[in-house]
Ligand binder design. Structure first.
Ligand SMILES: C[S@@+](CC[C@H](N)C(=O)[O-])C[C@H]1O[C@@H](n2cnc3c(N)ncnc32)[C@H](O)[C@@H]1O
Length: 305
């Protein structure tokens, strides 16, 4: 594949994402178990009775956690290769090959607001939110001109995701932590190409939380948010290097061919390498849960008669 053809291959070429993805552990459990715990804590025991939509589903890794709760499962991803992988791997009721922003808008146009008991997105909302602010190609990152408009559209998009929720429905998301040493390195490397909007790479998380907080302030539900520390484990230095180049840097040509970029990544990997040759990178996940409810009184335990 040509160098330009490799740009974003992690999401757009079949089989690449699963090969490069490093397992992430939080308190000794992987991120799928983290989602399983969150579902159990917020919804209860698996019931196979809920209408669920997952945006940015990738190859369907998280479906193993979601399907125990689903009577109907809709999955969306902007990559045709990802949708094909899901269809090959798991039984779903509906697939949408679309950008998350377009998928949300389409579901609302179809009158499916208030229809989903669970709206989920794992490690994927930074992309559609970021795309309100800038457009990326293999050659350049081009900021959109009107930042105020981008911010307003991003908040509106979050509000639209909330509108999909049925009464008492759950919005759940995992989002990367931009403050870890690994993500700070990734930020520095991308900033060789272009600075991030809104003063830093945590802006997509901040906008997501702002949008959910605004929904809470309107009385539409309750937001809970925690941060879990953990690690990503690469079996070798080479796997860790591929993780940085192909996943974090999306094989962006100007970065992956820059010897200084490689040197900085290799130095970082060496710092976290273990004696058996594997590499444990410090990682962090923001775990976000929003419960839709008409009034805050819903969250007060009922008095015993
Ligand atoms: C880091 S992967 C996460 C995949 C999956 N949720 C998981 O946990 O394994 C990000 C996913 O978001 C998808 N994606 C990226 N930009 C998107 C967009 N604007 N709209 C919809 N999906 C997008 C990618 O194709 C990829 O499948």
């Amino acid at each position: 594949m040509s160098e330009l053809g490799q740009f974003r291959a992690v999401y757009e070429s079949a089989g690449v994402y699963d090969k490069l993805l490093l397992p992430h552990y939080f308190d000794g459990r992987d991120d799928v178990a983290l989602v399983t715990d969150l579902l159990e804590r917020t919804i209860g025991a698996p019931c196979q009775a809920l209408d669920i939509v997952e945006f940015g589903c990738g190859t369907g890794r998280m479906i193993s956690a979601l399907e125990a709760y689903a009577s109907r499962l809709v999955v969306c991803d902007y990559s045709a290769a990802m949708i094909d992988a899901v269809v090959d791997n798991v039984a779903v009721d509906e697939t949408m090959w679309a950008d998350t922003r377009d998928a949300v808008a389409k579901l609302l146009r179809e009158g499916r607001d208030g229809r989903f008991d669970v709206v989920a997105a794992f490690w994927s909302l930074s992309y559609p939110i970021g795309e309100f602010f800038e457009q990326m190609s293999a050659h350049a990152i081009t900021p959109r001109e009107d930042v105020d408009l981008a911010r307003e559209r991003a908040r509106h998009f979050v509000g639209d995701m909330v509108k999909l929720l049925a009464p008492q429905g759950h919005f759940i998301a995992l989002h990367f932590d931009a403050a870890t040493p690994e993500q700070r390195l990734v930020t520095r490397l991308w900033e060789r190409v272009s600075p991030f909007p809104e003063g830093g790479r945590s802006y997509t998380l901040n906008l997501l939380l702002d949008g959910l907080r605004a929904a809470e302030d309107r009385g539409d539900g309750v937001l809970s948010h925690t941060r879990c520390g953990g690690s990503a484990v690469a079996p070798s230095r080479e796997a860790a290097l591929r993780w940085f180049l192909a996943v974090h840097l999306k094989s962006y040509p100007a970065l992956v061919r820059d010897p200084q970029v490689r040197a900085e990544i290799e130095e970082f990997i060496d710092h976290y390498a273990l004696s058996d040759g594997s590499v444990a990178l410090p990682s962090g996940a923001h775990v976000i849960h929003f419960r839709r409810s008409g009034h805050p009184v819903c969250h007060i335990p009922r008095r015993q008669p």
